[in-house]
Design a binder for this molecule. Sequence first.
Ligand code: FPP
Length: 239
Amino acid sequence: MFIKKEELNLNTLPKHIAFIIDGNGRWAKKRGMPRSFGHKMGMQTVKKIVTDCYDLGIKVVSIFAFSAENWKRPKKEVDYLFNLFYEYLTKNKSLFLEKNIQFRVMGDYTKLPKDLSDEIESVINLTKNNSKLILNIGINYGGQDEILRAVNLAIKDGKELLTKEDFENYLFTKNLSNPDLIIRTSGEERLSNFMLWQCAYSELYFTKTYWPSFNKKQLEKALINYQKRNRKFGAIKEE
Ligand code: FPP
């Protein structure tokens, strides 16, 4: 029997894809390697998937790289992750300029080691006018913290009654569209405090694949699955 291969429709791709990259540690453990090796390979996957999204013409890619709760991990692992971020930025900033990629951060990066927070700030400034793809990284990020921070900033500004649009201007994602699709790897099926305001109408996609093994083929599978969904945003829509 001939089974027709499902194809990706390049005209109905999501504008914004957010990734909860999970499973680096388990991926490494399965191979008898230290967790740090999983993170190193996870970083390679970040680079590859961002390139794949870029090539597809996705406009915004968000990545949950370090949660406000990840500080609870052993200092050695946290330091290793910060070194990876630093290396990623120093190695990729010229590519961001060349490819017209804007680098943004969600989360309080000022609490990170000074060399890293200085580098983040510099790359944000360097790429702020770029527009082909926005790469939005969650570092020291938590969705509840973000909402609380927005409320407090609004109070500080003397606001009393806010519209949805006013409120969104106080979020880290100011001027960004909300994620159309959130992909979480590693088999966990929860949001873990990620983009809680912004996920209101996001389609969720979970895969058992550990992040370092996630690849272009799997991204396409997730996108084909997304394209079959009937997004209604609360309204009635014909199938
Ligand atoms: C989840 O796997 C991964 C993390 C908490 C950190 C991931 C960060 C990177 C690979 C660096 C990415 C950097 C940029 C700039 C995007 P886990 O350790 O929770 O895996 P486990 O659940 O199997 O233990």
